[in-house]
Design a protein. Structure first.
Length: 155
């Protein structure tokens, strides 16, 4: 078992980061990589304790990435101690994380799409106020990010 602990962070922890968590779980399992911990959180607390958005649950289920058991939580101070890789889903999440992180954790924080060649600096777009197609795009983005992140993370 590796000592790698990965945390995905979006705004509400009910759409993008639960899907990123499930996508990373799926690709690491398929690759036979035993990652110590995979989790997700939101920079905001509006949805604390809630299930993921039904549209995110649906798209995850369709792609073999179940998220119905996950419950939303806000990022907390211990996360910056506990996780070796803290992955922001968009650039505003990245900025918000860096603003609250202790300086010792800054080098463990990165943007998901920075790991995907040709997509550096781009956001996984927030699908919350959008339609089902946006959730499908979100899934494709987090899956691409999860695959490249796994490649980038050593054993
Ligand atoms: P997420 O999506 O950050 O991908 O979980 C959102 C969920 C809720 C809200 C915004 C984005 N909201 O404003 O409540």
């Amino acid at each position: 078992m590796s000592e790698i602990r990965v945390l995905f962070v979006c705004l509400g922890n009910i759409c993008r980061s639960p899907l990123a968590e499930a996508a990373f779980r799926k690709v690491s399992k398929a690759a036979g990589r035993a990652i110590r911990e995979i989790n997700s959180a939101g920079t905001g607390n509006w949805h604390d304790g809630e299930m993921p958005d039904p549209r995110a649950i649906e798209v995850g289920a369709r792609h073999g990435a179940p998220i119905h058991d996950l419950r939303a939580r806000q990022v907390k101070a211990e996360d910056f101690e506990n996780f070796t890789h803290i992955i922001a889903l968009d650039t505003s999440n990245l900025r918000d994380l860096k603003a609250i992180a202790p300086s010792s954790a800054l080098d463990r924080i990165s943007l998901l799409m920075d790991h995907v060649p040709g997509r550096e600096g781009t956001d996984v777009a927030d699908p919350y106020f959008s339609d089902a197609k946006a959730f499908e795009t979100c899934w494709a983005d987090v899956l691409a990010g999860a695959k490249e992140l796994l490649k980038a993370i050593g054993n």
